[in-house]
Ligand binder design. Structure first.
Ligand SMILES: [Zn+2]
Length: 94
């Protein structure tokens, strides 16, 4: 079965077109890219847990910052020893 090129879900499950009618295609693409890259990073980096820790302290990172952190992680992961410290430092730099 063909999958949606944006959200990667099977076409029958894809809701991109419906969402796009409300928020626009740019927003749908951005959101799907964020979900994609977060699930890629999550394989060896507890991004959801770290975001949860911030949320407990009432800090919510903008989506662009999360994408930047994820891209930076995928580029630099071999050199990262303390993941939490790296995450906090990178989040502050963004
Ligand atoms: Zn879709």
């Amino acid at each position: 079965m063909a999958n949606c090129l944006i959200c990667k879900a099977p076409k029958v499950l894809c809701t991109c077109a419906d969402e796009a009618e409300i928020v626009g295609w740019d927003e749908v693409r951005k959101k799907c890219h964020l979900e994609d890259i977060m699930s890629e990073v999550y394989k060896d980096f507890p991004i959801y847990k770290f975001l949860g820790k911030l949320a407990k302290n009432k800090i919510k990172l903008p989506e662009e910052v999360i994408v930047t952190i994820c891209e930076s992680y995928l580029k630099n992961k071999s050199g990262i020893i303390n993941k939490w410290a790296w995450f906090m430092r990178t989040a502050k730099e963004c």
